[in-house]
Design a protein around this ligand. Sequence first.
Ligand SMILES: [Zn+2]
Length: 447
Amino acid sequence: MRETGHTRSSARIVLGQTLSFGVTHGEVTHEEKGAVAIGADGRIAWAGPAEKLPAEWRGVPADDFGNRIVMPGFIDAHIHFPQYRMLAAPGKDLLDWLRRFTFPEESRYASPEYAAQAAEIFLDRLLQHGTTAAMAFCSVHKASADALFAAAEKRGMALIAGKTMMDRNAIPEVQDTPELGARESEELYRIWHGRARLRYAVTPRFAVTSTDAQLAASGELLKSLPDALLQTHLSESPGEIAFIRELFPDTKDYTDVYDRYGLLSERSFFAHGVHLSDRECAKLSETGSTVIHCATSNAFLGSGIMKFGHLRKAGRAVKVGLATDVGGGTSYSMLTTLGETYKLQMLGGCKPSAFELFHMATRGNARLLKLDHEMGSLEPGKFADLVVLDPWATPVLASRQEISESLEDVLFSLMILGDDRAVAAAYAAGALLHTKSSSARTGASHA
Ligand SMILES: [Zn+2]
């Protein structure tokens, strides 16, 4: 990580009930009394049972969270920065919601001052909810991406983001052109990609709001910018899919539109994928593309139920990540998102376990976003991006813990009943950036 002027913490130890997953959710590392030793570089130097803490760490200042759960911070794989305050906007469906609420709100981000203020609020809010890294859409304005990257750099947070590209079917204030969108995207990539913990994603909003020329330009960018990612939306709502059929009458289906312009790849992330056909799943699978499931958004906008069972069919399994999709999503909380994912999957005929969902929100998303070399688990060498969860945070949770039977049962109760109230603290690259004052004895010397 390049030093950025952000005041990094010196070495410290975090004590609590530690939890981390391996590559699969079946590999659980759990210490009732665990310790995470964090070097002055913000990376984990050691993790394990507190009683085995190496001698050189004795006497280093410790943040003691008692029996609260210390685990890798949540990673939100799809969220919209310029929608930070427009949760709970009651659209009839996706397209109505975009027209009536979203485009007017996003038009404010033409102002660099407005965008800069919003970026501070947005990132603070992520941390308050235990989210330490995200893949985010900015508005169509280059200034909004500059503002968000700068604010993330200041906090030492990992962030993947991109300026949205839209050149039709939106109000003029939030439109660019294929040439302008490509040029500004490339400029942003050159400035921010690989700087501190930041990465760039080419971001055509979706095929409804990008012409053939803009989708083609997006494909060219993905090809020409090494390691850049791509984020867009795919197969979210029935009205949207019908519109795509009108706009692209010659294509086989929605996925084929993106395929035609070279947008399916190992580096490509498609939010929603609610109504995908077998053919589309096979194509996404074959190209290594990822679908990001956004449960609260899909329920709120009445988009439909994306079924894990369908996406993961043997022989053509599609990689699936999890996200809030704020502001179509109704909560910043990945805990709430896991709970709502559980409910939607139950309606869709599958019962994911708490371990599976917590894995998806941490190491799973890290792997999909190609960030697992630096986050997603409590392993030496990774950045200390941590969330501390309090299973007793509310009266309802506290009562529930009286009958909780196992660690997995506690996690299950947290995702069904928990939200930001259950987030005791959050660290990004070893810096304690959010804490509830009553939650920890911080800075005490660990003897
Ligand atoms: Zn979205």
